[in-house]
Write a protein that binds this ligand. Sequence first.
Ligand SMILES: Cc1cc2nc3c(=O)[nH]c(=O)nc-3n(C[C@H](O)[C@H](O)[C@H](O)COP(=O)(O)OP(=O)(O)OC[C@H]3O[C@@H](n4cnc5c(N)ncnc54)[C@H](O)[C@@H]3O)c2cc1C
Length: 479
Amino acid sequence: MSASSVVVLGGGISGLASAYYLAKSSAARFQKIILLEASSRLGGWVNTTVNEDGGVFEHGPRSMRPAGVVGRNSLELISDLGLADSVVPVLRDHPGAKKRFIYANQQLHQLPSSLKSLLTRRPPFSKPLISHILKEPFIKEKILDDESVHDFIRKRLGQELADYVIDPLCIGVFAGDARQLSAKSCFPVIFNPARQHGSIVKGELFGKKDPVPKDSCALVQRARKERWPIWTLKQGLQGLTDTLAETLTTKYGVEIHKCAPCTSMEFTAENMVKISSEDKHFDADHVISTLPAKVLAAVLPDEHSSLAEILNQIDSVTVAVINLEFEGAVLPEEGFGYLVPSWERSKLLGVVYDSCTFPQHDRPGPGTTRITCMMGGHWFNDLFGEADGVSPEFLLNTALETLKDHIGIAATPLKSLVTIQKDCITQYRVGHSQVVDDVDDYLTAGQLPLMITGASYRGVSVNDCIFNSKKTVEKLLCR
Ligand SMILES: Cc1cc2nc3c(=O)[nH]c(=O)nc-3n(C[C@H](O)[C@H](O)[C@H](O)COP(=O)(O)OP(=O)(O)OC[C@H]3O[C@@H](n4cnc5c(N)ncnc54)[C@H](O)[C@@H]3O)c2cc1C
């Protein structure tokens, strides 16, 4: 195949990683790689503020998992980019790794994190959790092709696990409602083997294992040897997107245009694509869209309105992120933080104890405590109305009042930063995988020079976004 040109839409982690894998794949294969980003900054939801005093506030993702194929792939990328020395791991025994709490029935409860803790009865559970786990393989009810995360866990492991563990977990990952989110799309690593073997426990025991390849990079080997549960970067996770952007321009000559929203797309008779960004136009052999599904739907040409209709089924929720810094030690106990189950009807989704997990991000000098409150998500509009109409002061005061009520922090913060992140987390509702298959079928049948990836489709974590970008580029290379 002769050299061709590619336009990548979106400069979040998915767009930057797509451009990186394209550039690395073969300089001769792609004559020109152009990336268009609507806003004035790259990184998308990966967004770190380093305060003047050196303290770090993460407004989006703050940690990544090293485990599994997707986790290892990100570490390989980190290594490739020369960032291995910037990695800050959390070790297994650190409270930031093993102590996760939920706030339920007016108090914090530590969730089980070891085999021993499964064997004893601990509030809020009425029985040791092991009793539910031992019964699960004998439950006759068939696992459906897809069902809500809450139903899946309630039917197999009981109401308490669904209410106290899975409901808050869905809030922690998706800011979403476990009764609507899809078990198949949100937790495929658990759901798919469970469905295959007829049981979660059997799926875990007999499902296909995923051995670490012997030729993995030193960083992957280290993460495995030291059994890191999570990691970040010294400079915050934006260090990854900043380095990617820098590498793309200086090493690979990728053309990055900021403040360049894709406003329309046209497929030509020669099977090329013409991308318009306001008054600028870009012709290319291929386009990789990493735009949120609804944004892509809005720029498609009229003749593909049925594709737009499918994409419009995928929507996202808004989260208010409130970064706070207090003087001294204010936390009731060390840990990763706490989540609030939806049935508590709290205004807070959860609180991350940033200083405990990553003290390296605290400002140098006298001790302070950084925490992050998350609010809204699936319930944003019910609680606060339209995102454009709510004031940051109101959100800050609500967060502070709720913190005081939950964990007794009554002090005035030294610093606070409120960001209202509109439509920031895609909701994979029951049936989502069918919607994604329908998009794929449409693109394959039409042989369009358009490929899609990004958090709207097959995983919202930064690891998933990077891995799926790589897969998309590999697919393009096979064309
Ligand atoms: C508050 C929060 C906390 C999170 N915490 C974690 C975590 O701890 N760990 C983890 O792994 N993941 C976490 N995530 C998830 C993860 O950060 C996101 O899923 C991921 O960053 C999405 O990346 P993306 O590139 O697919 O999409 P985006 O970041 O949305 O990037 C899309 C880009 O496209 C641009 N764009 C939009 N319209 C156009 C247009 N018309 N033309 C051109 N460009 C356009 C946007 O400006 C944006 O830059 C979190 C997310 C949020 C919001």
